[in-house]
Design a protein. Structure first.
Length: 503
């Protein structure tokens, strides 16, 4: 099947639309076609009583002219609607005020507000060979990567067949803990077919499946209640709904609940913190990853804007943003500008070696794009975004070795409700679960504490990295003006000095 047929356009029309976008003098034009279907089922009180289905369909058209960006979209792909959007995007790019730098520094967590990026000058983009006449460009298709597959396409699965699966999740949880008061489970899945075309004549397609299950449970012991939420999300087909996933969700839901009911708030202060492997990677994503996104650095808003090529942590530490982790929620065969998915080392052997670039920031810095141009849907302009962000395993033994080296400190393995100041690098995270470390051993379970620190200082204070990297497979969603699916991970890490907000 010709990839254009899904959207009812021809290759000749794609070339014509780009020409229309550039007619007002633009330097670059790209088209982003999307056909996404979403499904979800919700179990509450033992009954799957609601479900949802909707489709998102349309095309976004972007035109760059110097330092100006014009963007328009159509919710239909008939040629006249697309032509009107192309003309509008070209007109906007020809008239909007250019970016001049010096914007206010931003404060954000994953759900916080961020500015949209604007384009670099055409000379920089042309110097990398990324702009040329659309009329002269022949249609070409980049090689196809395959970081996710559907063994059982979601479209071929019976939705009704998922209902017993959700009921088995609740039954398994209740069978393992008599304190269960309430269970809510949500199964959601989506399938996106994407077509991208640009001024280079590159025609790129991607088929993106995504399955997710989230389980929230309320436990009651006497007059006290505690809750736990676990999730799993992978880019694969309906084979995702498996006994292995069910067992994982059930086990993690009830795990550690005795400690949750026993947990107390410890005395606070400055102390070493051991971060557990896996979900603690959200701190890496928030406190460091956002500050490495190139739009913040290009605009001078990031604490790392002038640190390229400098040592920012001890030798041996490598921090990556990776589109190539198979089936990961953050995997990308291509980003949303048609750039192939790739593995990007932001920190190599302790030295800052790369920001995360879309085509615009790459042109500004005179480097190749890293495949980080991402968008929520065809209604949004692409901007630099993370994919799967993690730190590689280190040489310092096991988690237990790190804990044994601490006389008094805190061990944490789940964070929530983080906030980061991109400009200053200061962060605050609420700890969902953890333990006091005394004499090299885990002792009292702790709760209701915050971890407070500074991103660059925390990187510099990393004293040990264990060899137990784990990529977390939860339903991580990053909000930076728009929402995209991401993942994160980290090995067990010892940070020598952070502020713990306790009693």
């Amino acid at each position: 099947m010709n990839p254009c047929d899904r959207f009812g356009v021809s290759e000749e029309q794609l070339r014509a639309l780009v020409a229309e976008g550039l007619r007002a003098g633009g330097d670059w034009c790209d088209l982003y076609f999307e056909d996404t279907s979403y499904h979800d089922l919700l179990l509450r009180d033992g009954v799957v009583g609601s479900g949802g289905y909707h489709v998102d369909y349309g095309c976004g058209i972007r035109v760059l002219k110097g330092e100006k960006t014009g963007y328009a979209y159509a919710e239909s792909t008939d040629y006249q609607s697309l032509r009107s959007a192309a003309i509008a995007a070209g007109s906007i790019a020809a008239t909007v005020a250019p970016f001049r730098g010096g914007q206010p520094r931003q404060t954000s967590g994953c759900a916080g507000p961020f500015p949209q990026t604007t384009s670099a000058g055409p000379s920089l983009l042309r110097s990398r060979g990324w702009l040329r006449s659309a009329e002269a460009a022949a249609v070409s298709t980049p090689p196809v990567a395959a970081y996710y597959n559907e063994l059982l396409p979601w479209e071929d699965a019976e939705v009704a067949g998922f209902i017993p699966f959700l009921k088995r999740i609740e039954a398994g949880i209740r069978a393992r803990d008599s304190r269960v008061l309430k269970v809510v489970a949500i199964l959601s899945y989506s399938v996106s077919d994407i077509l991208m075309y640009n001024s280079l004549g590159e025609l790129t397609t991607d088929h993106r499946p995504l399955g997710s299950i989230s389980v929230q449970v309320i436990f009651q012991q006497g007059k006290r209640t505690e809750n736990n939420t676990v999730s799993r999300s992978l880019r694969m087909g309906a084979e995702f709904v498996s006994d292995a996933v069910l067992e994982d969700l059930v086990s993690r839901t009830v795990e550690g609940m005795d400690a949750r009911f026993e947990a107390r708030r410890p005395k606070g202060g400055q102390m070493p913190v051991v971060m557990g492997a896996g979900a603690s990677g959200i701190l890496l994503h928030e406190a460091m990853g956002h500050a490495f996104e190139a739009d913040f650095n290009r605009k001078g808003q990031s604490i790392f804007s002038d640190r390229m090529g400098q040592r920012i942590c001890r030798p041996g530490i490598n921090i990556l943003d990776d589109a190539t982790v198979p089936a990961s929620r953050g995997a990308c065969n291509y980003d949303d500008e048609g750039v192939p998915g790739q593995k990007t080392y932001m920190v190599t052997d302790g030295v800052l070696t790369s920001y995360l670039h879309d085509r615009i920031s790459a042109g500004f810095y005179g480097v190749a794009p890293t495949g980080n141009g991402r968008r929520e849907s065809f209604r949004y302009n692409p901007i630099p975004r993370m994919r799967t962000t993690y730190m590689e395993s280190g040489p310092d033994g096991t988690r237990e070795d790190l804990i044994a080296s601490v006389k008094r400190g805190i061990y944490v393995d789940q964070f929530a409700n983080g906030q980061v100041k991109i400009g200053e690098g200061d962060f605050t995270f609420f700890v969902k679960s953890g333990f006091l470390i005394e004499g090299g051993r885990l002792t009292m379970p702790v709760k209701d504490i915050n971890i407070i620190g500074n991103g660059p200082q925390a990187l510099a204070d990393i004293q040990a990295v264990a060899g137990d990297l784990r990529i977390d497979e939860g339903t991580w969603t990053c909000g930076k003006e728009q929402s995209v699916a991401v993942s994160c991970g980290i090995p067990s890490v010892l940070i020598g000095n952070l502020t713990v907000g306790g009693e």
